[in-house]
Design a protein around this ligand. Structure first.
Ligand SMILES: [Mg+2]
Length: 386
C-alpha cells in the first residue's frame, strides 16, 4: 500500500458559546484525508480524521512540514510488512527532526495525522477501530462505550430553564452522566444551577462540573465546600492545568474527585502530572485528549506510564475527540467518553447519531472510525475526497 496524497481543510466550528475561560466564536478545526492506492470493495481506501475541539485548526503546520514528511516517504518505511500501514513507523517519520519538549501546537497536527492513520489501518483490516484497538491492547470490547453528556454553557436569558431542558433532553436520549460549566457567574448562581440539575437526576445518574482552569486556590476551596452536598462525580480543571503544586494542594484538601489533563498534550506532561500533581488514583480522573496529544501512538505510551504509576485505565476519560476518541475508550478499556450535549453545534453533530442506551453509546460497526456515518460528513470532507 502506498500513500498517494494527503489533504487538509480548515473548517469553522464557530458557535456563540462561552465557558469561564474562552469564547468559541472563532474556533476552527482541521479535517484530513490520506489517499492510498489500496482498494476495498472496489473503492480506494482513504484514511480520515477530524480535529478535537478547543485548539483551532492545524493547517499551517500540517502543510509546512508534517504532511510532506509522510507524503514523500517510501512506502516500505511505513509498511506493516503485510500490505497494511504501521502507525508507529509513520508517526516516527512525521516526527523526524523534531526536538523533544516544547510541544506547542505540533502535537495536535501530528495527532490528526495519527488519527487518519489508525482509521486507514482499521479500514485496510476491514474492522471498526474499537475492535482493532482491543486486539492491539489486549482489552475486552463489545462496541458499547460508557459516555457522559457535556455542555451547560451559560446563556444570557433563561439560563437555568434552558439548562434543565438540555439535561432533560439528554436523559430522554439515554444519557446517565452529565457535565456543566462553573465559574462563569458568581458562586451562588453556579450553586443554583447545580441544585436545579441535581433535582432532575434519577437513580444511577451523576453530574460533574468544569471550571476550565480559571480558579485560584481560595476560589476552588470555596466551590468545593459549597458543592459538597451534591455528591458530584468530579470537579474538572478548577485551577491552571500546568500548576502541579496547586493541584497537589487542592487534592489534599478536597474530598470531591478532581479531573484534569485536557490541556496537557504529551506523555512528558502527563507523566509530570502523575509524578507531581498529587492526584489520587482511586478517585480522580485523567482527561488527556487523544488526538490533541500526538494521537494514539503517544496515548499508548501514556497508558504504559499510567500502569507504572498504578493508575487504572478506568480513571481515563479523554477530552472531547468525538467518534475517534469514543473508539479509543471502547477499544483501550478506558473509563468514559465525552459527547457534546449541544447536538445543534457542528462539533456536537459529529456524535448526534450515536444510539445511547442507559449511559452507553453504540459505536459504528463499519471498518475504520465511521466518520462517514456522521451527519455533517459531507460538509466537513467535501473537496478532500476527490
Ligand atoms: Mg473541560
Amino acid at each position: 500500500m502506498r500513500i498517494l496524497a494527503i489533504r487538509e481543510k480548515t473548517v469553522a466550528l464557530g458557535s456563540a458559546s462561552r465557558n469561564s475561560s474562552i469564547g468559541f466564536g472563532g474556533m476552527t478545526a482541521s479535517a484530513l484525508a490520506i489517499h492510498t492506492d489500496a482498494v476495498r470493495d472496489g473503492r480506494p481506501v482513504v484514511g480520515l480524521a477530524f480535529d478535537s475541539i478547543g485548539r483551532y485548526g492545524h493547517g499551517g503546520l500540517l502543510r509546512e512540514r508534517f504532511i510532506p514528511r509522510l507524503a514523500e516517504a517510501s512506502s516500505e518505511s511505513y509498511s506493516d510488512g503485510s500490505g497494511g500501514i504501521d502507525p508507529h513507523k509513520a508517526w516516527a517519520l512525521v516526527m523526524a527532526d523534531e526536538k523533544p519538549g516544547g510541544h506547542g501546537e505540533r502535537c495536535g497536527a501530528v495527532g490528526l495525522i495519527d488519527a487518519a492513520l489508525w482509521d486507514l489501518k482499521a479500514k485496510l483490516a476491514g474492522v471498526p477501530l474499537w475492535k482493532l484497538l482491543a486486539e492491539v491492547s489486549g482489552q475486552a470490547a463489545d462496541g458499547h462505550v460508557p459516555v457522559y453528556a457535556s455542555g451547560g454553557h451559560y446563556r444570557d436569558v433563561d439560563d437555568i430553564k434552558l439548562l434543565c431542558a438540555d439535561i432533560s433532553r439528554a436523559v430522554d436520549e439515554g444519557h446517565r452522566r452529565f457535565k456543566i460549566k462553573i465559574g462563569g457567574v458568581a458562586l451562588a448562581e453556579d450553586v443554583a444551577r447545580v441544585a436545579a440539575i441535581h433535582a432532575l437526576l434519577g437513580p444511577g445518574m451523576s453530574l460533574a462540573v468544569d471550571g476550565n482552569g480559571t480558579f485560584d486556590r481560595e476560589k476552588t476551596l470555596r466551590y468545593v465546600e459549597a458543592l459538597a452536598p451534591f455528591a458530584l462525580a468530579w470537579i474538572e480543571e478548577p485551577v491552571h492545568p500546568l500548576d502541579y503544586d496547586l493541584h497537589r494542594e487542592i487534592a489534599a484538601a478536597s474530598p470531591l474527585p478532581l479531573a484534569t489533563g485536557e490541556n496537557l498534550f504529551s506523555r512528558d506532561d502527563a507523566r509530570n502530572l502523575l509524578r507531581h500533581g498529587g492526584l489520587r488514583p482511586e478517585r480522580d480522573m485523567l482527561q488527556f485528549d487523544i488526538s490533541l496529544s500526538y494521537g494514539l501512538v503517544e496515548y499508548l505510551r501514556i497508558l504504559d506510564d499510567l500502569e507504572t504509576h498504578r493508575w487504572s485505565r478506568q480513571r481515563c476519560a479523554p477530552h472531547a475527540g468525538h467518534l475517534f476518541a469514543a473508539h479509543g475508550v471502547g477499544g483501550l478499556g478506558l473509563g468514559l467518553a465525552e459527547v457534546a450535549m449541544d447536538q445543534a453545534s457542528l462539533f456536537g453533530s459529529l456524535t448526534a447519531h450515536l444510539v445511547v442506551r442507559d449511559g452507553k453509546a453504540v459505536l459504528p460497526d463499519r471498518p475504520g472510525v465511521g466518520l462517514e456515518t456522521c451527519p455533517p460528513f459531507q460538509m466537513i470532507f467535501e473537496n478532500l475526497l476527490q
